[in-house]
Design a protein. Structure first.
Length: 208
């Protein structure tokens, strides 16, 4: 009788272990599919060659599919050029303070971006996605900039770390990805700038 109970116990443990293993394997498959889908989505927003340009300028990409919740409004300042692929840009180049609001984040890694002074007084993403893991995030947006009768499409990538109500170590990159209607009003297609928050902390703001 005792031997039978031992055999049954061992068999039960084996079944549980097998179920857990299958469960873990299924979770890994789901996670891999989600990451691949996110990668495809990001590449549609900002083509890979333009992402590569921004990473060479110092913009980190956190590519996992489990980012922190980024909903809220933030002030990113003071801002200075990190690096540019435009020889005429001086290393001391500074930028107007940016405010940005993130909203409508969902489980499919979609998010909306409304900004001020990334490009103009009102920057709203045409399409946006978010990636990351733990507290590290990267947000990818496609923004249309209009100047008179000219317009251009810019890719924007914002990376940093969420720390409670604030953001730390924020860097963002801007690159012209479609200048067919831009004329000479914008930086040329493929030209890019990486910018960083010099005090390394971007405060949460209540009003936007």
């Amino acid at each position: 009788m005792k031997r039978t109970k031992v055999v049954l116990f061992i068999s039960l443990c084996a079944v549980i272990f097998s179920s857990c293993k299958k469960g873990n394997e299924n979770e890994e498959v789901v996670e891999a599919i989600k990451k691949e889908e996110l990668k495809r989505k990001i590449n549609e927003i900002i083509p890979k060659q333009y992402q590569d340009t921004l990473t060479k300028l110092g913009i980190s990409l956190n590519l996992d599919a489990t980012p922190p919740n980024m909903e809220g409004a933030f002030a990113i300042k003071p801002l200075k050029l990190l690096k540019s692929n435009r020889p005429e840009d001086p290393a001391s180049l500074t930028f107007t303070d940016v405010t940005v609001k993130f909203l409508s984040q969902d489980s499919d890694n979609n998010i909306k971006l409304i900004g001020r002074k990334f490009l103009t007084d009102a920057d709203t993403s045409i399409v946006t996605a978010i990636s990351g893991k733990g507290n590290d995030f990267t947000i990818y947006g496609k923004v249309k900039s209009v100047s008179g009768t000219n317009s251009a499409i810019f890719g924007i990538i914002i990376s940093g770390t969420k720390d409670g109500a604030v953001l730390r170590n924020v860097r963002y990159g801007l690159i012209n990805i479609d200048n067919k209607n831009g004329g000479t009003r914008f930086i040329r297609q493929g030209e890019a700038r990486a910018v960083f928050d010099t005090d390394l902390i971007s405060e949460n703001i209540q009003m936007f």
